[in-house]
Design a protein around this ligand. Structure first.
Ligand SMILES: Nc1ncnc2c1ncn2[C@@H]1O[C@H](COP(=O)(O)OP(=O)(O)O)[C@@H](O)[C@H]1O
Ligand SMILES: O=P(O)(O)OC[C@H](O)CO
Length: 489
């Protein structure tokens, strides 16, 4: 039997999932790895941990199913690895997307021509979230790094690129267009690295990988038994967009993992946001770019982890919904989970979390309810910004996935507060499925986009049930709470 192996290298764990010829997941393995927080606001991963967990899970699953026809890679985005081309060793730990160490630098870079250049060419905002200022930090701070980079001895990559390099044993230094689009170094209109931005940040272009189609040819690996081609690569949120079959302009998916990332397919038009959303690449196939508007929220499932590990009021994440159902409906407790600032559409890196409306009777149930509702409120912020950018209401359904979409309470509130039906597919591993589909259709064993999309169906639909007046009141209360939390008022 022919299988496609999807490698999903996420923020907290590496997963390998084998899909059979019918695109059904048939075997999987997962390994968590350590998170390093050397200072407040800094987040690092050990590149060898990323590699070891990826290789171990890939080997386990490959052995389980036997023949693998092709590999698809999907990855946590923006995270930076810089390594020595000669030895293959990283010069420093990976700097993770959540890391805020370049806040001051980004602050200094805002407000002038550079910010405008970044916005118009990369579709992004000047924020520590993206890769470029992290690369600059490494070149400035690691001894000898800048000289080595200028001599062409160092390679930069997002995690996909690092894994491709390792899997091909240094033969291929490449990424796909979706990952390139998250670096803040890539012109998404021209489809090329931007020399002006690289020069402004002092990043030698010799460090940068070759950019290919998401279903391009990324070489072969002999490390999993036999010779297996790598034929699909996409950032995890883009892979989820593909796995949710959001191939038509106007379709939206929203993934609830550690954070939440909503992508609206805008077809061949790169819509410039007036509402602080990101313009990004959904996928590139056959040289043809499909764009998306993206809203990025930094804390979604992480708020449930906080209830469990920080407050200790949950035994496990799945207790959150049942606890929230016990909350006193008369209390309007609002939690703004700005643990690391707020992402879209506010982009306030300095503000921190807050709780409003506490009474003497507020307890664990009210906290659980407020935490789950905060994710719905934040998604409504994104959808409103998308509607404003598109100049028309967003019709249709929100397709959801990710670990937190398992919560029926959270998904029902999401439908209630957005007023949009919410569809949840039977396979929540849509990220891996998207990467597998890219690779599988590239080698001709999976159907084309149209056929894949027509076969897509929801396992569960959540219809909005909230009274429209109550919806308006509750959302106004959220907006008021956010206004009071922002450092910029
Ligand atoms: N039943 C549940 N109810 C609420 N949150 C959940 C539930 N199950 C998982 N989560 C949350 O989902 C997140 C894990 O989702 P996952 O997609 O694996 O994230 P990531 O890929 O970012 O590591 C965790 O933050 C966890 O708190
Ligand atoms: O690893 P995840 O699923 O939390 O996704 C991380 C995103 O790609 C960051 O942009």
């Amino acid at each position: 039997m022919t299988h496609i192996l999807a490698l999903d290298q996420g923020t907290t764990s590496s997963r390998a999932i084998a899909f059979d010829g019918e695109m059904r997941p048939v075997a999987s393995a997962q390994r968590e790895f350590d998170q390093h927080f050397p200072r407040s606001g800094w987040v690092e991963h050990e590149p060898e941990d990323i590699w070891d967990t990826t290789l171990a899970t890939a080997r386990e699953v490959a052995q389980d199913v036997g023949g693998i026809a092709a590999i698809g890679i999907t990855n946590q985005r923006e995270t930076v690895v810089v390594w020595d081309r000669e030895t293959g060793k990283a010069i420093h730990r990976a700097i993770v997307w959540q890391d805020r160490r370049t806040s001051d630098l980004c602050h200094d870079l805002r407000g002038g021509d550079f910010e405008e250049l970044v916005r118009t060419r990369t579709g992004l905002l000047v924020d520590p979230y993206f890769s470029s200022t992290k690369v600059k930090w490494l070149l400035d701070e690691v001894e000898g790094a800048r000289a080595a980079a200028e001599a062409g001895k160092l390679a930069f990559g997002t995690v996909d690129t690092f894994l491709i390099w390792r899997l091909t044993e240094g033969r291929v230094h490449a990424t796909d267009a979706t990952n390139a689009a998250r670096t803040m170094l890539y012109d998404i209109h021209k489809g090329a690295w931007d020399a002006d931005i690289c020069e402004a940040l002092g990043i030698p272009m010799s460090m940068l990988p070759d950019v290919r189609d998401s279903d391009g040819d990324f070489g072969e690996t002999t490390l999993l038994g036999g010779t297996i081609p790598i034929r699909g690569v996409a950032g995890d949120q883009q892979a989820a967009t593909i796995g949710q079959a959001c191939f038509t302009p106007g379709m939206i998916k929203s993934t609830y993992g550690t954070g939440c990332f909503a992508l609206l397919n805008t077809g061949d038009t790169a819509v410039a946001s007036e509402n602080r959303l990101l313009t990004t690449i959904a996928y590139q196939m056959g040289g043809q770019v499909t764009y998306a508007l993206e809203g990025s929220i930094f804390v979604a499932g992480a708020v449930v982890q906080w209830l469990r590990d920080g407050l200790g009021i949950l035994g496990q994440a799945s207790d959150a919904g049942p606890l929230a159902r016990k909350a006193d409906p008369g209390q309007d407790v609002i939690l703004v989970p700005a643990f690391t600032g707020l992402g879209a559409p506010y982009w306030d890196a300095e503000c921190r979390g807050a709780v409003y409306g506490l009474t003497r009777n507020s307890g664990p149930a009210e906290f659980a309810k407020a935490a789950l509702e905060s994710v719905g409120f934040q998604t409504r912020d994104l959808l409103d910004a998308m509607e404003a950018d598109m100049g028309k209401p967003i019709e249709g359904v929100l397709r959801v996935d990710g670990g937190m979409s398992a919560s029926r309470f959270a998904m029902q509130f999401l439908a209630d507060i957005t007023g949009a039906p919410v569809d949840r597919p039977p396979v929540l591993e849509t990220t891996a499925m998207g990467a597998a589909w890219l690779a599988g259709q590239a080698i001709g064993i999976y159907p084309d986009a149209e056929t894949f999309a027509s076969g897509w169906s929801a396992e569960m639909r959540f219809d909005p049930k909230m009274d429209p007046d109550l919806r308006a009141d509750r959302y106004a209360a959220w907006k008021d709470a956010v206004r009071r939390t922002l450092t910029r008022g």
